[in-house]
Design a protein around this ligand. Structure first.
Ligand code: URQ
Ligand code: ZN
Ligand code: ZN
Length: 479
């Protein structure tokens, strides 16, 4: 299958240039002005549009078993919703239960993900520790293309990693040339504050943000950053939601520590007033962790993206429908945490980022695709438009509009945190592995067409580190 994407302007994290793009099979084979159409190629008219790398969402949880239920979006429906919104790769999470064999969990998730319609990879969570876990980390990096290990500092009594686990896992990750990622909330404080709220008779969703104030996230972010500093391992802070965590990341980066920050589209645009909505179902649908914050945190997060202190955007797409959320109707601590967004991330970031002048188009590509590819070591295979890269592309019409609604989205959830928002600037075509998987409002995905993407470790970096040269670090991340 060959495509000739004609008459567009190619936009990457580095530059914008008028050029055609030709793909053959799953790769980009030519980028240039006024190219000749290869015989048999499908021609796509990109006149007046931008041609950008497909989005990479580095934080999703498809069909996650969590808090007594299973997320309603599976790997096929979730990657289909993703390509409808321009995202052509997700990085999801293997989350072993406490004491569960790490490799058993990995193979279980790999099985679930085989139904994916677009490419995917996995961060692996370290939720407990012994020598078998240490060995499994080595096996995963050497034989299964895993270069990132996740640590939930929240969720006491379930998947929470205490300092002993953090120290052991971070240390092993450095030895393996892997990067560590953290969900930075102090789980002990959350548990304490949850009990305090319940004792006061606060059982509704309004108790959720009250039990997870910004300081709970700021403490954990700084603690993880300090542990990573002492152990000399790169750190990636997921879903940075507030100024407190952003300040911890900013301080470390200004001191030269290799720390990266991720922000969710939701946290940039939705504030904590949602928890005061009189409809408890509406409020419960916004129960995710960290919670949505007061408005001033949103401006700080946008400045974090503009200044380069935050490098990636994600969604933490972890869907639960209303009946599932109602498990916590009498006790907010039982509301399964999570919400959707994989279909809307790029649309809302273009509208409120590029559309407002906060971000250039090149910075948009950086934060929606290229930086995640660089940080997780799959650039330039992913995250750019150049010969040899995977043919994951979007044709982006800056004038096209869409109004976001649960009634029209492709996500398998009966709610949308961006309900009613009109966005301007959306993908009119999405190409995955050189195949048109979305065009003019119609998805054309195939169950199981997605591939598992190996992500090599940064071993040369750590080899260099061992002999003292710090100049061979993971690819410097552009804004
Ligand atoms: O904490 C996470 O990232 C997972 C369990 C999704 N839920 C959430 O509230 N963010
Ligand atoms: Zn999390
Ligand atoms: Zn998550």
């Amino acid at each position: 299958m060959s495509l000739h994407i004609k008459g567009g302007t190619v936009v990457t994290a580095e530059k914008s240039v008028r050029a055609d793009v030709i793909t053959d099979g799953g790769s980009i084979v030519a980028v240039g002005e006024a190219l000749e159409t290869p015989g048999g190629a499908q021609v796509i008219d990109a006149g007046g549009c931008y041609v950008m790398p497909g989005g990479i969402d580095p934080h999703t949880h498809m069909e996650l078993p969590f808090m007594g239920t299973v997320a309603s979006e599976d790997f096929f429906t979730g990657t289909t919703a993703g390509v409808a919104g321009g995202t052509t790769m997700i990085i999801d999470f293997v989350i072993p239960g406490p004491q569960q064999d790490i490799m058993e969990a990995y193979h279980t998730w790999r099985g679930w993900a085989e139904k994916s319609a677009a490419d995917y990879s996995f961060h692996v969570a370290i939720t407990w520790w012994d020598e078998t876990v240490k060995k499994a980390m080595q096996t995963l990096t050497e034989d299964y293309g895993v270069n990132s290990f996740k640590h939930f500092m929240a969720y006491k009594g379930a998947i929470m990693a205490d300092d002993e686990i953090l120290v052991n896992s971070f240390n092993q990750a450095r030895e393996l040339g892997a990067i560590c990622t953290v969900h930075a909330e102090n789980g002990e404080l959350v548990f304490h504050l949850q009990q305090e709220m319940l004792k006061k008779g606060i059982t509704g969703p309004e108790g959720h943000p009250l039990s997870r104030p910004p300081a709970v996230e700021g403490e954990a972010a700084d603690r993880a950053i300090r542990i990573a500093q002492v152990l000399d391992v790169p750190l990636y802070v997921v879903h940075t939601s507030c100024e407190d965590a952003l300040k911890a990341i900013t301080r470390a980066r200004h001191e030269g520590q290799r720390v990266f920050g991720e922000v969710l589209a939701g946290h940039l645009l939705v504030d904590d007033s949602v928890y005061r909505n009189p409809d408890p179902d509406f409020a419960a649908h916004h129960v995710m962790s960290p919670p949505f914050r007061p408005k001033h945190h949103q401006e700080a997060l946008w400045r974090g993206l503009q200044s380069g202190m935050l490098q990636t955007t994600a969604t933490d797409h972890c869907c639960f429908c209303t009946p599932q959320k109602q498990a916590g109707k009498d006790n907010f601590t039982l509301i399964p945490n999570g919400t959707g967004g994989v279909e809307d991330r790029m649309h809302v970031l273009w509208t409120h980022g590029v559309g407002t002048g906060r971000l250039t188009m090149n910075e948009f590509v950086a934060i929606t695709s290229a930086n995640a590819a660089k940080i997780f070591n799959i650039y330039p295979r992913k995250g750019t438009v150049e010969v040899g890269a995977d043919a994951d592309l979007v044709v982006w019409d800056p004038e096209k509009e869409r109004t976001i609604s649960k009634d029209t989205h492709h996500q398998n959830i009966d709610f949308n945190i961006f309900e009613g928002m009109t966005v301007k600037g959306i993908n009119v075509v999405t190409v995955s592995q050189g195949n048109v998987v979305y065009k003019d409002g119609e998805v054309k995905t195939i169950r199981g067409a997605g591939r598992y993407i190996n992500r090599p470790t940064f071993a040369p970096y750590y080899d260099a580190m061992k002999i003292g040269h710090k100049n061979n670090a993971p690819t410097a991340v552009s804004r």
